[in-house]
Design a protein around this ligand. Sequence first.
Ligand code: GLU
Length: 420
Amino acid sequence: MVVRELDNHTFRLAVAQFDQAAERMNLDPNLRERLKLPERSLLVNVPVRMDDGAVKMFAGYRVQHDSSRGPSKGGIRYHPDANLGEVAALAMWMTWKCALAGLPYGGAKGGVQVNPKQLSRAELQRLTRRYAAAIFPLIGPDKDVPAPDVGTDPQVMAWMMDTYSMQVGYAVPGVVTGKPLSIGGSLGREEATGRGVVDVTLEAMRHLKLDIQTATVAVQGFGNVGANTARIMAETGARVVAVSDVSGGLYNAKGLAIPELLAWYRANGQTFSSCTMGDRITNEELLALDCTVLVPAALSEQITEANAAKISCRILAEGANGPTTLEADRILTDKGVFIIPDILANSGGVIVSYFEWVQDMQRFFWNSLDIRDRLHEIITAAFHRTLQFSRQRGVTMRMAALMSGIDKVAQAHLSRGLYP
Ligand code: GLU
């Protein structure tokens, strides 16, 4: 049963994945009912004074899916389509993601229904501070720790940290992660999700005996995850043949000049709409490219029943959360695509968020080599545990990742028992 308030296609996808895994692992029926629904969901209506003097209302959410293993953790998304069901799905995925990586966190997610590109910087700041004040009772370094996601960045996290700190009366860097370095951010956090995607992709290539020097890579999405994945892939010697954003994509069979492209993107209003540094292609064409590695790093449910048959990559490394629908997953698996599921492939972000939080709590900071090495260690270990689990149990990588994550959460619930 999905409660009516949460019912939307993304939540249904998360629950369907959970059900498949729960069935396969014979999960205790009581726990199964319990883990399907979030612990706590908050809906806030955020009033913002716009630059023209008018007050506009924005719907905001914070959903805590599970906190049995520690504070709940997860990003905040600013997007015009943000809604309670989607935020709840993303919160559930955070629970499994943190458990799979072995981080002492539960899962949460937040969102505001807004197009941040349509706000001035001052409006964005007022929106962020008012939203932070509205979810204040729920968050805290030992309770629930937000981070960036689609449409938010270190500056937004800085305003959240400041708003929280002003309420309690002293600086609390550990209340959010993904902050600027000046207020307790961590080295390596900005690129962490992309670096993690590359780390696990390289492990998958080793496993499949593919050579990085001859590999071709296509990346959908050029936000934090897509842009860093493309950059680091190119640095490791792979040929990044295609990238895209909402305006469409660019293709060059010989490989795009990624550093130049990144500089161009920054200098030209963060859109490829007028870019001529490659042949223009659509997002649909990008997804269908014949390539070694395809990285969906945009929004959820991009690979569906309608286009899955056309996908012709060897490895699908899911940089985005929930990019593949259930039907598409089946089609790709039948085609023999090696899928590195989202909760594993994109876990580098929350892994380095964990490092940031630990550094903030200890008031002791690490160097970038420490960050890179420890990220590599945790994410490659998670990859190999998942691969081994998938082979031993004869399940897909996605099922293996979900089952391992869910099992850790189930163990925590069984140890703690049901209150009261
Ligand atoms: N928003 C990122 C994710 O989906 C990072 C979350 C975090 O660092 O807490 O995993």
